[in-house]
Design a protein around this ligand. Structure first.
Ligand code: NAD
Length: 502
């Protein structure tokens, strides 16, 4: 099998214009070069060719961006903007993104490798929904009045709480769905009156830069959203260390999350960590196997398995094990692998050569430990970083391929006998991000749901983040939540005010 590279003739003029311009950092309303020379290339994973160069941000660039973000917090234009005006501004930003959805989808296809229609309708669709959901919050950020009685004899008080922005947010973004994750940090920032400095992934920074341009065009005041590109151990670390940053909102790997948490302790920041997963998929013997196999297949192979909530560990009740494995493998074989810009592509390349080599090394380790390949398992010839959707059986629960996040289109299948065994196997990793149950028996579903240690449980469904539903992990999958009211809580401080009235 051989797969081609992206055909640039299909790019719309807006995408071309963006790619042709010099990439910079956004600080306030200035698009600026780095304080020091140095850049890194952005690679098209369908071919390995260089799309553009990105300036390598330094700690000085981060400091400038944080100083501007901090000053903007106290700029009356932003600080005193009525909540309803903030809502209106957020809807205007969402309208503008809607008008540029195709362009943003193409940028994600070029940069990440995902099919551009997935970029346009699924990822950008979520970006718009998140912004509109969060736009409902500014007018509802209320405190409470409390009757605190007479805590001091004969002294009366009026007591209330108020919600205030947490301050400057430092957002650190992974490469797999960069635009969506960036918006998960931007939208609550805008809703709560915070300001933000974003450090995009050095692997896939493009769409976030375009998003920042659109924010200025929408009238978001300069200095509210700032973007500094760069490497994790340089720009990223400087952001986490900066004393004027009040909160770090990080999405990425467990290893980096642990490092960030340690670094942030020095300045006692409010930290939320959205980390990796190794999410179990439990198929009970009463499941609708046709629907389940389609859903499970999209849940692991969508975005080439580079999804934090990908259902990557399959546990199938023994009576239907062979049939379910065969159906899922058939789905895997039917998926068209190709470049993101090709209209028929269902599965794009992996994001980089290094990442493809890592995924292949996991498959090799699985095979060495006795796994059997039901389908896939090989690199696909071509200029890009393609790999076949892969189903492995005969794996042991303790093997690397079952215990560690592969972040590729690889699913392992293990049989089980009863619900307790299914729950035990599902919980038996250090992760706890998402989980899936396929069953038509509501009683069995309800018996299982409380036993699963994970931030999300989807029943008879593939994963889809909804802006109203908190998103985050148990165990080593993270701390805190993105999205929903929970995110608003993480972006606000509660101030208690007590006024003596006699
Ligand atoms: P990564 O941890 O390698 O990098 C993430 C970001 O952290 C990048 O911007 C990187 O530059 C930065 N970084 C690296 N070292 C740093 C340091 N010392 N200080 C500050 N910043 C630093 O992760 P990745 O490979 O980009 O992303 C894939 C991972 O993200 C997977 O584990 C995936 O499961 C996870 N993820 C989680 C969620 C979620 O919501 N839980 C969503 C998407 C991705």
């Amino acid at each position: 099998m051989n797969v081609m590279a992206n055909d640039f003739n299909s790019l719309i003029p807006d995408t071309r214009r963006f790619l042709e311009q010099e990439m910079k950092h956004l600080i306030g309303d200035n698009w600026v070069k780095s304080s020091k020379s140095g850049s890194f290339p952005v690679i098209d994973p369908s071919s390995g060719s260089i799309l553009t160069e990105i300036p390598k941000g330094t700690s000085q660039d981060i400091d400038e961006a944080v100083q501007v973000a901090n000053a903007t917090l106290n700029d009356p234009l932003w600080r005193d903007m009525p909540p309803a005006s903030r809502e209106k501004l957020m809807h205007r930003f969402a309208d503008l993104i809607e008008g540029h959805a195709e362009e943003l989808g193409q940028l994600e296809a070029l940069d990440v490798g995902m099919p551009s229609v997935v970029g346009q309708f699924v990822e950008v669709g979520n970006v718009i929904e998140t912004l509109r959901y969060m736009a409902g919050w500014p007018t509802k950020l209320n405190g409470k009045t409390m009757d605190i009685g007479e805590p001091i004899p004969e002294k009366r008080f009026f007591a209330y709480t108020k919600r205030e922005p947490v301050g400057v947010v430092g957002a650190i973004i992974p490469w797999n769905v960069p635009l969506m994750i960036a918006m998960w940090k931007i939208a609550p920032t805008l809703a709560t009156g915070c300001t933000i400095v974003i450090k995009p992934s050095e692997v896939t920074p493009l769409a976030t830069l375009r998003l920042a341009e659109l924010a200025l065009d929408a009238g978001i005041p300069p200095g509210v959203i700032n973007v500094v590109n760069g490497l994790g151990n340089e720009a990223g670390q400087a952001l986490v260390e900066h004393p004027l940053v009040s909160k770090i909102s990080f999405t990425g790997s467990v290893a980096t999350g642990k490092l960030i948490n340690k670094t942030a302790t020095d300045t006692l920041k409010n930290v939320t960590l959205e980390l990796g997963g190794k999410s179990p998929v439990i198929v009970l013997d009463d499941a609708d196997l046709e629907k389940a196999s389609k859903g499970i297949s999209m849940g692991i192979f969508g975005n080439t398995g580079q999804v934090c909530v990908a259902g990557s560990r399959l546990y199938i009740q023994r009576r239907v094990f062979d049939e379910a494995v065969e159906r899922i493998s058939k789905e895997a074989r039917s998926l068209k692998v190709g470049p993101g810009l090709h209209p028929e592509t269902k599965i794009g390349p992996l994001v980089s050569k290094d990442h493809r080599d890592k995924v292949i090394s996991y498959i090799d380790a699985g095979l060495k430990s006795g796994a059997e390949t039901i389908t896939g398992g090989s690199v696909i010839d071509g200029p890009g970083y393609y790999i076949e959707p892969t189903v492995l059986s005969n794996v042991s629960q303790s093997s690397k391929v079952v215990q560690e996040e592969i972040f590729g289109p690889v699913i392992t299948a293990i049989p089980f006998d009863d619900l307790d065994e299914a729950a035990h196997l599902a919980n038996d990793t250090s992760y706890g991000l998402s989980s899936y149950i396929w069953s038509q028996n509501i009683q069995r579903v309800h018996q299982l749901v409380p036993k699963i240690r994970a931030g999300q449980v989807y029943v008879n469904s593939t994963p889809f983040p909804h802006p109203a539903m908190p998103m985050g992990g148990y165990k080593q999958s993270g701390i805190g939540r993105d999205l929903g009211e929970e995110a608003i809580n993480h972006y606000t401080e509660h101030k208690s005010v007590v006024i003596g009235i006699n």
